[in-house]
Design a protein around this ligand. Structure first.
Ligand code: ARG
Length: 462
């Protein structure tokens, strides 16, 4: 079958070239956007007198029929279609006759594929933003529920200081808040319409790019046609946003895996989010947490792939750019599915407070609080730190806790220290006293929750 661009060719493409060259097997995902772009384009051609009103109507009706047929599975694309743009255009002409050939006036596949890509990504970004907002609401709910519950705070995977579980939730809330903000920025920057850039240099036809931008819901046309067809920054920004967010999800997934381990048993992941072993009957494995941790690798790969494709490409369009789609689609699918799975898993996870409580007496979680206590009594913090360090050493040699040290023990460590000067060092009062802005005290976490809720409610796209 002769291609739509075959006028100057004497031979058809070699079969293996057709296959290697075709993007139809993946870009058909954007058929709706391609049709939307064509309808806006022909509407503008009609308004500008480039096609007649009747021609415009015929083309739009033909495109809508094709849309329905694709949706219903009545059109099966093949390698002969090459890409979604020609797959639709050739069917349009087959259906409505020669008038279909007027659709491609004052446009090129170079701008067409970019219109499709941007419309597609704008829609997906809105969905992802909504999914991230659902995740944030679940986090807020859980943070509220666990605002008073104390757990072990770690640094270097060593017991560090007591914190509240609500505080941990609100730490992750901040990460996903930044993900939402980053994605919103990306959406704003990419909201420019490449349609009418044509091959690279615009056109001699009297087109109206403001009108097509308005019809397609873009903020404005791309300012420079050559940039319009060559820019893939928006995909790269999206892939960077996805990579950072997947990294956040993988960090929490990692915590889920070890909180769920036999050694920790801090949480019980719901059965419906775990799998068993084909040989070990007792096993209940946190596969979803592990898969989330693993899938971040694909998305980093997607980002690296496109960065590498774009490196050193000269202006304007090069066929290399066709390689911008599969990695983008993969990242969209992976990120969306991961947010969804994680949100549901989080929602169904319960903390095992009895197991956590047993760990609170280990690792001298209140050591910093005692040092701060001494500092409040006028001992310079550096000295207070050294005194508590010696107290830890004494406890370790006696295999006891701070409150078990005798007056003599304390006096031999430092003459300024007595049992009374230790103050209230229970884990609960240590946590309650961490009222500094951004701290872990339940009252402070509740303030963070209130601020988080107000921010989430203020988002316009929800
Ligand atoms: N399938 C192509 C792509 O996705 C469309 C643009 C082709 N343009 C060209 N001059 N060969 O990039």
């Amino acid at each position: 079958m002769a291609s739509l661009w075959g006028g100057r060719f004497e031979k058809d493409m070699d079969e293996i070239v057709k296959k290697y060259n075709a993007s139809i097997f993946f870009d058909q995902r954007m058929y709706n956007e391609d049709i939307d772009g064509s309808i806006a384009h022909v509407t503008m051609l009609g308004r500008q007198g480039i096609v007649t009103e009747e021609e415009k109507e015929q083309i739009i009706a033909g495109l809508e029929e094709i849309r329905e047929d694709i949706a219903a599975g009545r059109i099966v694309f093949t390698v002969e279609d090459e890409d979604i743009h020609m797959g639709i255009e050739s069917r349009l002409t087959a259906r409505i006759g020669d008038v279909g050939k007027k659709l491609h006036t004052a446009r090129s596949r170079n701008d067409q594929c970019q219109v499709d890509g941007r419309l597609y990504l704008k829609r997906e970004i809105r969905e992802i933003l909504n999914s991230l907002c659902c995740l944030e609401s679940v986090i807020l709910e859980k943070a509220e529920k666990y605002a008073d519950q104390i757990t072990v705070g770690f640094t270097h995977l060593q017991h560090a200081q007591p914190i509240t579980i609500g505080f941990v939730f609100m730490a992750y809330f901040q990460m996903f808040k930044r993900d939402i903000q980053r994605l919103t920025d990306t959406l704003e920057r990419m909201d420019h319409n490449p349609l009418g850039s044509c091959a690279l240099a615009g056109t001699t036809m009297p087109i109206d790019r403001q009108l097509t931008s308005q019809l397609l819901g873009f903020a404005a046309p791309c300012e420079n046609a050559m940039d319009g067809v060559s820019d893939r920054d928006y995909s790269l920004e999206f892939l960077s946003d996805a990579s950072i967010s997947m990294m956040h999800l993988s960090r929490w997934a990692e915590e889920f895996a070890w909180w769920n381990s036999s050694e920790f048993s801090y949480i019980a992941i719901d059965d419906s989010f775990c799998t068993g072993s084909s040989i070990m009957p007792q096993k209940k494995n946190p596969d979803m947490a592990e898969l989330i941790r693993g899938k971040v690798g694909r998305v980093y790969g997607d980002l690296m792939q496109l960065l590498t494709v774009m490196k050193g490409t000269p202006l304007a369009y090069n066929k290399d750019f066709q390689e911008d789609k599969e990695s983008l689609f993969d990242a969209v699918d992976t990120w969306k599915a991961t947010i969804d799975i994680f949100t549901r898993m989080l929602d169904k996870t319960e903390f095992r407070m009895d197991h956590i409580e047993k760990q609170l007496s280990r690792g001298f979680l209140n050591a910093t609080d005692i040092a701060e206590h001494f500092a409040k009594q006028g001992i310079p913090f550096r000295e207070a730190h050294a005194i508590v360090g010696r107290m830890v050493k004494a406890c370790e040699s006696k295999n006891c806790d701070f409150q078990d040290l005798t007056e003599e023990d304390l006096q031999s460590i430092d003459s300024r220290v007595t049992k009374a000067s230790l103050g209230d060092i229970s884990i609960r009062s240590c946590v309650n006293a961490r009222m500094s802005f951004g701290g872990t005290a339940p009252a402070e976490v509740r303030r963070q929750i209130a601020v988080g809720k107000a921010w989430l409610d203020s988002l316009e796209f929800q």
